[in-house]
Design a protein around this ligand. Structure first.
Ligand code: HEC
Length: 707
């Protein structure tokens, strides 16, 4: 690592000697230590963004004030980097002592000079493109970690890779899961006092969730915590979770272990250095349907819960289950943050989360006791959370039957992985809220078939009879009409909305709060904007040609404050965005005050939507294609073939001609569309193609052009 200005060297010299332990890195590169992480706002650290949520409390709040509610109008683009992909970029960059570390699609990491974007090194872990098939929302990751001279990648294929932060050279690699099962990793690793902690994804495909801690210096496994029980006939796992699994077992029924059970912790992990606890946010069940997973009985611990474990040993401390009896793909892997809040005259150490189910939860983080819960969007799942038992009081009839019904929120969520921030100054939490609804039904008894490496929901996507099919369509139109998205400022003490900024659709990005009374967010309207943190008034905005879904960061080098964000659409699926939604290639964007002369290339021009080809298949084939599409493709391409990573209603004639080669031979694997040749035969792929042509014909009109 070379620093050209003496100012930076002086800053580093200041930061290092008094704090160094024996194992600390001799250079300034990624010099992240326990001492620094415990004092994130100290002079030497305030200009950094050293971990995913900036500080251990993951508040995504920066004390920097050069860019503030009075100066933000002078914000301009300082530099940008084209990330050479149209895939979604969900990652939060890290900035340590002048160097910005970023990770793009397929876990390719680049280190930049944070001032001007000069590239210092790039490391490509060469993830096999086939792994993209397990990532619903693009072959992305939400971040990397930095510690003691190293950068850590948790790759899509399960490798945990430590790099030398000075030059990007690989130091060691461990494989964190058995590749025989359909696991993947999209979450950001966290490092807590020398331990790299990471979970994984895959509940939708049928795996058993776990989180593990690895020694940050050597990659040695330290502990492993399963989130759901395995087959009782196999006995205990011999892992830190054994006691917790014995307690969870009575809440499961049937033969869930055959389908993995789920509970994957695919995003949020938070560490409390004072209590020495790691909080794990767990996901949905596998299969999604409670009926097929657990015979429609039992809470199914620890699905959709926050589980607190001892950071040293991984031993269970407490849990709070937000969604017992999960039937709706409600995950509780959404961002969690720690804060000290004054509630009823008493300062409480809390952990906060706004998971998919649309409720905002405040818990005592020492004990897991529920302090309050209120819905932050309209929802049709539970009338309230019973404060005595901590359990949701479900509306009657919310469990899935074979008859289609609307559920709000949908599996696409009231709030997904998109980072939320908290300003201790305003006392408000800022999150991208979504009102999305879905039509659910489960398959009839005897129809659910577990297929490894495919979505295993147990959901019906078609309607068992023509009448039910028609009902689905009618309900879907109702659900679409209710769709909304907005930036929400939420008061976690009063449990009520402070203000909101409405957008045309759901799907906007994560937020950043600063001491300059600002909140930054990228919107579905393809702008990057700054709002007054106290009032929500819009103070600055720039069109960026893409949706910055990831978490923005801010940092300071040589006395200049910067704001950086990755702008790369997808990573959140919006069903109803309209046809031909256009974006520029994904880019890392960096702003500072008074920056001039750097402009982004224009959006690609709109094009007329291609007329769909003539449908040559029978109604039966189309129906078969619809169910296969639902099971195999809808996770990425949207329910009813709308929206998603690429809208398959609007394929060009050339793509139609190549359809079978794309789907069965993987000729677009480099772009993130891997082969399904192991799951589908030619006839099934053709049935899906017929279904897509039929959907395109339903929705196509002569006037339709891109917007
Ligand atoms: C894990 C996510 C994922 C799944 C599941 C998935 N796809 Fe894709 N698919 C993608 C991505 C990403 C692209 C975009 C590639 C690009 O930009 O060219 C894509 C592109 C395509 C394209 C090219 C579209 C065009 O207009 O260029 C076709 C055709 C396609 N997918 C068909 C399917 C079918 C059929 C299925 C189900 C059998 C399926 N996909 C399942 C991720 C997925």
């Amino acid at each position: 690592m070379r620093f050209r200005k003496p100012g930076m060297a002086a800053l580093l010299a200041l930061a290092i000697p008094p704090l160094l332990g024996a194992n600390d890195a001799p250079t300034g590169a990624a010099h992240v230590t326990s001492q620094r992480m415990r004092a994130p706002d100290a002079a030497d650290n305030a200009g950094n963004w050293m971990s995913y949520g900036r500080s251990y409390d993951e508040q995504r709040y920066s004390p920097l004030t050069q860019i503030n509610d009075r100066t933000v109008q002078r914000l301009g683009l300082a530099w940008y980097d084209d990330l050479q992909t149209y895939r979604g970029i969900e990652s939060t960059p890290l900035v340590v002592d002048g160097v910005l570390y970023n990770v793009a699609a397929f876990n390719i990491v680049t280190a930049y000079d944070g001032r001007d974007g000069r590239k210092l090194w790039t490391f490509d872990p060469k993830v096999e493109r086939q792994w993209a098939r397990l990532a619903c929302c693009g072959a992305g990751t939400r971040g990397i970690a930095a510690w003691n001279g190293k950068i850590y990648i948790a790759a899509l294929d399960g490798r945990l890779i430590a790099l030398d932060a000075r030059n990007g050279k690989e130091l060691w690699t461990v494989q964190t899961f058995d590749r025989k099962h359909a696991y993947s990793i999209t979450g950001s690793p966290r490092v807590f006092d020398g331990k790299v902690v990471i979970g994984n994804s895959g509940a939708d495909y049928g795996v058993r969730g776990f989180v593990a801690a690895w020694d940050a210096e050597t990659g040695r496994k330290l502990w492993k915590f399963y989130t759901v029980p395995g087959n009782p006939a196999d006995g205990p796992d011999g892992e830190a979770s054994d006691g917790a699994m014995a307690r969870a077992l009575p809440s499961w029924h049937g033969e869930w272990w055959k389908y993995g059970g789920g509970g994957t912790a695919w995003d949020s992990l938070v560490y409390d250095p004072a209590l020495k606890l790691v909080y794990i946010g767990t996901g949905n069940g596998a299969p999604l349907s409670w009926h097929f997973r657990s015979e429609g009985k039992g809470d199914n611990l620890y699905l959709c819960s926050i589980v607190a474990v001892d950071a040293e040993t991984g031993q269970y401390k407490w849990h709070y289950q937000m969604v017992p009896e999960d039937d709706w793909d409600f995950t509780c892997t959404q961002p969690m943050m720690l804060a000290d809040l004054k509630i009823k005259g008493r300062t409480r150490q809390v952990i906060m989360q706004a998971p998919k189910n649309g409720y905002f939860y405040v818990l005592d983080r020492k004990t897991g006791a529920l302090l309050s819960a209120r819905n932050f969007v309209p929802q049709s799942w539970a009338s309230h959370i019973d404060m005595k038992t901590g359990r949701p009081v479900l509306y009657p009839g919310v469990h899935l039957t074979t008859t289609p019904q609307i559920m709000t929120p949908s599996l696409l969520a009231a709030h997904s992985w998109h980072p939320m921030s908290f300003s201790p100054k305003t006392g408000l939490v800022y999150l991208p809220a979504m009102e999305q609804s879905i039509v659910y039904a489960r398959q009839a008894d005897g129809q659910f078939k577990f297929v490894p490496f495919r979505i295993n929901a147990g959901y019906d996507y078609v309607g068992a009879t023509p009448e039910q099919g028609a009902l689905r369509k009618k309900l879907q139109a109702q659900a679409d009409a209710m769709e909304k998205g907005y930036l929400l400022a939420w008061d976690p003490v009063k449990q009520r909305e402070a203000w909101r900024v409405p957008y045309a659709h759901p799907g906007s990005g994560g937020t950043l709060a600063t001491a300059g009374n600002l909140v930054f967010q990228g919107s579905i309207e393809r702008n990057f904007s700054a709002f007054a943190a106290d009032t929500g008034r819009k103070l600055w905005e720039m069109p960026v040609g893409n949706v910055a879904v990831s978490g923005p960061v801010t940092y300071m080098i040589d006395g200049v404050q910067y704001v950086a964000v990755n702008a790369g659409w997808t990573g959140a699926i919006v069903a109803n965005l309209g046809s031909g939604f256009r974006v520029s290639p994904a880019r890392l964007l960096v702003f500072r005050l008074d920056a001039k002369g750097v402009a982004l290339p224009p959006l690609p021009p709109p094009s007329a939507l291609p007329r769909p080809p003539y449908l040559r298949a029978s109604e039966d084939v189309v129906r078969r294609g619809a169910q296969l599409y639902g099971e195999t493709c809808s996770r990425c391409h949207g329910d009813e073939a709308r929206g998603g990573v690429k809208d398959l209603r609007w394929m060009t004639p050339q793509t139609h001609a190549q359809f079978l080669d794309i789907v069965l031979k993987g000729i677009r694997a480099e772009q993130g569309m891997a082969s399904f040749g192991d799951l589908l035969d030619r006839e099934q792929a053709e049935a899906i193609h017929s279904y897509l042509i039929s959907r395109a014909s339903e929705d196509w009109s002569d006037e339709a052009v891109g917007k």
